[in-house]
Structures are given as C-alpha cells and as structure tokens.
Design a binder for this molecule. Structure first.
Ligand code: SF4
Ligand code: SF4
Length: 424
C-alpha cells in the first residue's frame, strides 16, 4: 500500500497490530497465488491494484463518502438487493470473509462445528480487523441457514445497527409473500437510515447500475466458455470477489476493458495456459476473499476452473432485474421477482439449482464438477449427495470436497483433486 493509512484505521477502531498481521498474510498469499501466475491479461493490473488497496484507498473512498453524508451498508448475502441500497443513495459492501481470525475467541461465542464463513464473520468483528465492517452504518444479516441465523443474534450484540431480513425457505405463494414484505420493509429501513426517498427514478438508476455490473461479469463468464481459455479461473474468481467491494461504475468499466482484451486473446489463440487442461466447474458454497485454497490447488494441477456455480459466481449474477417501468411499485416488484429466483441451498426443494448446474456444465464444456462445501454447512453438503448422483447419471464425473479455511488439509485435498483430474 502506497500511503500510510494508520490514522484512518485507528479512527475506525481497528486493532492495528492484528490488522497488520492480517494484511501481511493476505499480501503474501496474493503474491504466491496470484502474482506468480504466468501470461495473465494486462488488464488484470487494475484488479491487482484494487487488491493492493483493498483496506486502503477503497476504505478512504468510503470514509470520504460518509463525510459527505452517504451511508455505507454492509451485508453477508446476495439476497440483499444492491439496487435498493443505491436507489436510497447508499453504498453497498460485502462483508463475507474467507479467512479465519481470532478462532479461539470465536469458539467462546459459537461452537467449533460451525462453518468457516460464519466463524470468520464473528472473528473479524472480535479481532477488529475488518475496515468494511467498522465503516458500515448498517449491517444486514438474513435468516438463511441456521448457522447464520443464530450467529446474527451474537453479532447483533456486538454491532450497533444490525438489521435482520427474514427469508422464506420454500418457493411458494406464502414464501413469496413473506419475501415481498421483507424487501419492502428493507426499503423503508434504507429510507429511514439515509433520509432519502426511494423513487421510481432512483430505482431505475440503481437497477441500471447493478444490471450493467452483472452484464459485464456475464460477458466475462461467456468468454470462459470458449475452447481457448483467455483467463485463469483464479483471476475470474478474484474479479467476482472484488465486485462486492469496488465502486460499481468503475468496476463495470474495468471488467468491460478486460473483456475487450480477452476477446483479442481468443482471436489470437493466446490462452492463459500453454497446454490443454481438464475443465472444471466449481459448485457450492461461496468463496470470499482470500479463500483461494481449492481453486489454487486445482489450477496447480492439469486443470482449470471454467465457471463457478456459487453466490460469488453465476448464482449471484444471473437474471437481471427488469427495468421496464416508470412506476416505483412495479420496479420494486421486479426486484422481488429477480431475487426470489436465487437458488441457494437453504431452499427446499431446490430443483432449480440442480438444473442450473447441469446447464452450466454443458455451457462451460466442463469435464468434471467439484461439489465444494465448507465443513458443517448442512445445506450445501447435503445437496452434494443427490447432485453427485444426478451428475453421474448425466455422464459428468463429480467429487465432493468438504474443507475449511485452514491450511491443514492442503496435502489431502491435493491428493484427492489430483486423482479426480487424472480420472476424468
Ligand atoms: S449461499 Fe445462500 S446464504 Fe450464502 S450468500 Fe448465497 S444466498 Fe446467501
Ligand atoms: S456456507 Fe453453509 S453453513 Fe455457512 S453460512 Fe453459507 S449456507 Fe450457512
């Protein structure tokens, strides 16, 4: 990081020693995993810069915006509509973390057999190491899995303005009614927090900004379906991860510039990899920064990840919101329609997800699927059993992987994934 941000971090209430230790690990991991890749597209420089300033310049932008009266809204799930936050004049940031922190202390609050995503949410708060969390004027949780739902009770005692959105578990009329009420209640909460009315015009703007962001990311996903792979799976995952932090307009522009370059690379047959590799679809729990463990292992082998069926991937991206009305209620209804389609494993039954995985495997020309689950994540690890059988019925080899954020199982994972890649 080029500038000294210590005063800013101190004012935000971060524990400077703990935060420095986290940044050191993050920077080293980034260097080893990302900067060591060969033949990366030139336009990845922007995303490298964002990562080098992820706790610096971007936080300064948020702090400056707050001084001008803007509100920062942090969330842990793709069910929280960014369109509404932008329409209320707020800034949306993702809070999910992909690293363990203060694990021993965390286990004084929640049991050891909780998934790493939930543990890291508590650990980052207890350890005072996340400037996004400390910047947020409102933190939004959602009643999805039991782990999150109960951990939010704990987090709400540590965070001043903590808001919980209730979510249904079945996609029927009753579920839709609850979801619809909850989206409208959230819109009211945003208006109250920001002091700004959410109007048809501001909604149209919010929808346009988020649709454009998703469109650019989709453009990138489409390019990964080509035979010539212009970008590594690791880089594509990183871009999806950054989409939760960066300014949406600047981010969209940068993804589109990258896609221009990738199109050229495809034309000139300039692949990110010198030889043909096995194409893997990654499906399951979201991978937040800096959770790069399984993709790193996979791409160190004779394989490449061509797509992610994940909330940090296509599950979070697909289905744009229709922007076809000048009426506030219609636009809110369009947002409800779009978000109600998200096929998270907390829903039962969840046939849409199975269909989507099969569709993705075909589109991305996958040779095999890694069903990725975090230890103790019941929704995704239970779905993995029936998914594995369904994929095999469709002649698609699959492997179930359960892991966490530690490095302890690196060797074991490497052996299993290597055997899988050789077999497909
Ligand atoms: S996996 Fe489910 S709970 Fe987790 S971010 Fe996605 S939608 Fe939300
Ligand atoms: S990974 Fe699974 S258990 Fe963890 S928060 Fe997401 S849905 Fe819940």
């Amino acid at each position: 990081m080029s500038t000294d941000y210590n005063n800013m971090w101190k004012e935000l209430g971060l524990d400077l020693d703990a935060h420095n230790a986290l940044l050191e690990v993050l920077n080293q991991g980034y260097k080893d995993i990302y900067l060591s890749q060969e033949n990366r597209p030139k336009s990845m420089e922007y995303f490298d810069f964002v990562m080098s300033e992820v706790h610096g310049l971007r936080i300064k932008e948020l702090v400056d915006a707050k001084k001008e009266g803007k509100k920062v809204i942090g969330s842990y799930c793709v069910f929280v509509p960014e369109e509404l936050i932008i329409a209320a004049g707020g800034i949306s940031v993702g809070l999910c973390a992909g690293a363990d922190f203060a694990l021993e202390e965390v286990e004084n609050y929640i049991p050891r057999n909780t998934c790493s995503l939930v543990k890291s949410a508590i650990g980052f708060k207890l350890g005072k190491v996340c400037p996004y969390l400390e910047c947020a004027d409102l933190v939004v949780g959602e009643n999805t899995c039991d782990g999150k739902k109960k951990a939010y009770e704990t987090l709400s005692e540590m965070i001043d303005d903590f808001y919980v959105m209730d979510l249904p578990q079945i996609k029927n009329n009753t579920g839709k009614e609850l979801f619809s009420k909850e989206i409208k209640r959230f819109a009211e909460k945003l208006e109250e927090l920001t002091g700004n009315e959410i109007t048809a015009d501001s909604l149209k703007k919010g929808i346009e900004i988020v649709n454009n962001k998703r469109k650019a990311l989709y453009r990138l996903e489409n390019l990964r379906q080509e035979k010539i792979l212009p970008i590594s799976g690791l880089d594509a995952l990183l871009i999806n991860q950054i989409s939760f932090y960066d300014d949406p307009l600047r981010f969209t522009d940068s993804v589109n510039k990258l896609c221009d370059e990738l199109e050229e690379r495809i034309k000139s047959e300039n692949s990110a990899y010198p030889s043909k590799r096995k194409r893997i679809l990654m499906s399951g729990c979201p991978m937040a920064v800096p959770n790069w463990k399984v993709p790193f292992i996979t791409e160190s082998l004779d394989a490449v990840i061509v797509g992610e069926e994940s909330c940090i991937g296509e599950r979070g991206l697909r289905n744009p919101v229709e922007n076809n009305s000048d009426n506030r209620s219609d636009l809110i209804e369009n947002i409800i329609q779009r978000y109600f389609k998200i096929d998270c494993a907390v829903f039962t039954p969840n046939k849409e997800r199975k269909d989507h995985i099969l569709e993705m495997a075909k589109k991305y020309k996958a040779d095999g699927v890694i069903l990725y689950g975090l230890n103790f994540c019941q929704p995704y690890t239970i779905e993995a059993f029936s998914l594995e059988k369904e994929l095999e019925k469709n002649n698609l080899p699959a492997i179930k992987i359960e892991t966490d954020y530690s490095q302890e199982d690196m060797g074991q994972l490497q052996t299993r994934i290597e055997a899988f890649v050789e077999m497909i």
